[in-house]
Design a protein around this ligand. Sequence first.
Ligand SMILES: [Zn+2]
Ligand SMILES: [Zn+2]
Length: 281
Amino acid sequence: MTDSYSLRLKFWGTRGSIPCPGSETVRYGGNTTCFEINFEDQRLIIDAGTGIRLLGKKILLEEGNLLNAKLFFTHTHMDHIQGLPFFAPLYNPASNVNLFAGHLDGDNYDLHGIIGTMLMKDPVFPVPSSLIEKACTFNDYDVGKTFELGSNLVVKTGKLNHPNGACGYRLECGGKVIAICTDTEHFEDRLDENVLALAQDADIMVYDAAYTDEEYPKFKGWGHSTWQEAVKIAQAANVKQTFLFHHDPSHNDDKMDDIKKEVSLIHPSVRPAIEGEEIFL
Ligand SMILES: [Zn+2]
Ligand SMILES: [Zn+2]
């Protein structure tokens, strides 16, 4: 990274549920969730959806396939982990990547168990997790934990409302704040106090807006929210800039353009996230 900025967020994948490449999703992207955050000399990755393959390709071509980073999972639903076996730097034993998950109770599965005995295990996947384990540590934490990562970087965590659990993140980077709230479903009778706490006065909030309010009744209980709810949180928590995220696979570019236009009329600082987009603070 260069010295021309101190904090950068890049969206490597903005889609939810399943990758949806094709001519109708070229502008907003078809890869599932992955964020990269660079702050001073630290590198954080959130989620390992299919977008992480593109990050890995960049590291392979530009950085000798060597990575030092912390990778926080929001949770381990397939759309958030399925890119991990295709993330090239993990196959370099000299890399050092600490993986964290906070939504598992540990009674049945921990993070290592999910990656090693469910994702990267034959006959589901032919390459065993032992090939990435020299480069990785697997860490489970209890949601609510705060990570003090030095260099003026603090990562706060909060429980989201999602089937099988999910963790939201509040990254306090010097004086700047990035809140990541996906995957989560709103409550119909109140704003989610956990989401509000993560998002309060954030410079950037990324919020699960898989659906529109009109679509939502068909998907109640599936663990996702709407752009209209994103606006409510943004206003209540005094968020400066909000990115709608976890785009539903059925929302093609034209539909996303419609959402962008509609939301801009209500709250100009809220708009859909675009795969490949970088934000500098
Ligand atoms: Zn998801
Ligand atoms: Zn999920």
